[in-house]
Design a protein around this ligand. Sequence first.
Ligand SMILES: Cc1cc2nc3c(=O)[nH]c(=O)nc-3n(C[C@H](O)[C@H](O)[C@H](O)COP(=O)(O)OP(=O)(O)OC[C@H]3O[C@@H](n4cnc5c(N)ncnc54)[C@H](O)[C@@H]3O)c2cc1C
Length: 433
Amino acid sequence: MIQPGAKSLRKIAVIGRGTAGSLAAANVARLHSDEDHELHHIYDSRIPVIGVGEGSWPSLVQELHKLTRLSHEVVQRRLNGTRKYGIAYEGWGHRKQDFIHYFTPQQVSYAYHLSADYLVDLLHESTRAQHIDAKVLSITRVEDGARVKFEGREAEHYDLVFDARGFPRELQPEQHIDVPYIPTNTAIIRRCPAIIKAERDGPVVRPTYTRAVARPHGWVFVIPLTVHTSYGYIFNRDVSSQAEVEADFDALLAADGVEEFEQRAVISFPNFVHRQIYDGAVARIGNAAGFFEPLEATAIVIAQLQVGMVLQMRLSRPVEYRENDAPVVNRYLINYMLCSGLFVGWHYCCGSRYDSEFWRYARDHAWPQYRAAADPEAVDCDALRKFDEMIGVINQMVIDQEDWMRTCAVFPLSSYAQIAQGLGCYPGMTNGH
Ligand SMILES: Cc1cc2nc3c(=O)[nH]c(=O)nc-3n(C[C@H](O)[C@H](O)[C@H](O)COP(=O)(O)OP(=O)(O)OC[C@H]3O[C@@H](n4cnc5c(N)ncnc54)[C@H](O)[C@@H]3O)c2cc1C
């Protein structure tokens, strides 16, 4: 492939060794046609990665095959993976009934449930890079690239920097778009015995689903891997105390017949999008660029898009276009993330089988803020219009064939239709009222 931009990408830095940084480094190593480029993969080994993120989207299956050049079977086994065909919702919405949100085409397309640590290891094996264990103090945009300052090491100049340093320390309105219509902010992670056993001679092919179980204080994900089953209780620490949530978590595990577990982590998370994801020389990716709670497992698939788009633009376009391209790419990525966030928040619009303080807060207080929070004046993009259009299409009495293939961010119209029907959110009730 001809890459007119390759000459202007002689020296690239990826900062962060979590899922996002590891995907970026592997992509640079794989896509850059010029063998002589320099890739520095920088991380501070004293700062741990998040390490959860065991649900994915189907595009990761293809991407890992391409990046590692390993067969799908080998990749799946190396990840202790199972094949995820969708998400099984339990007790959500008006109907209070169970339903599945399948990937499209239904029962054909699958993703992985995977061990996040092994994903990072797998990506590193296929990435040729210089590894630097150092703390980054600052990344500054300069005329022809970016300057990175380190603790105890000379500063360096790079043509492109991927900043994958994880969540910002605090949200600041001038830098971050807050997403208050998603009502959760904390996760408790427990590791339980495997319910799916590894096959001796090949990958596990039987279909599996992430369970998303509505509970009085939020919801619980259940992700089946071949080495353990991962449980995560997602809740709002301003509405429920950790002790209350732990007690209800115990009750769910008892009901599931789980006799032992290992408490892994309590993680606070913000729901937000950075206003400056890409400026031409610095690309924020992964949790540094934005995050939404894990209900639809969108983090890895969004990181894939961020990395792919920035790299393709820089490699395939002459460097003279960089300054004009940057704001267009930035707005596209913000828009894409906000569309995803609106879809995730919408799951709460009809409440659940529980008439608890959390669910009243989620349905009556958090979700109704979505129009003001995503107003184009406030976010400088038209994600709200795109979301409204999707809701408009599924609300029609008859959906035109030309609309069947519509998508809004990663979600096709079929995802909107499955969630609307599953929640019992029929025409005229998409706000839950
Ligand atoms: C509860 C929960 C469940 C999740 N479930 C899913 C899921 O099912 N599917 C999914 O796709 N995603 C999921 N995610 C998101 C997933 O965890 C993220 O995709 C993943 O954490 C990406 O993180 P990251 O690589 O951006 O940052 P991190 O994992 O936080 O890594 C940050 C890296 O930056 C380095 N670093 C930080 N500061 C510096 C510095 N100053 N100098 C040098 N290095 C530095 C650290 O050493 C580390 O290597 C979940 C997240 C949470 C919180």
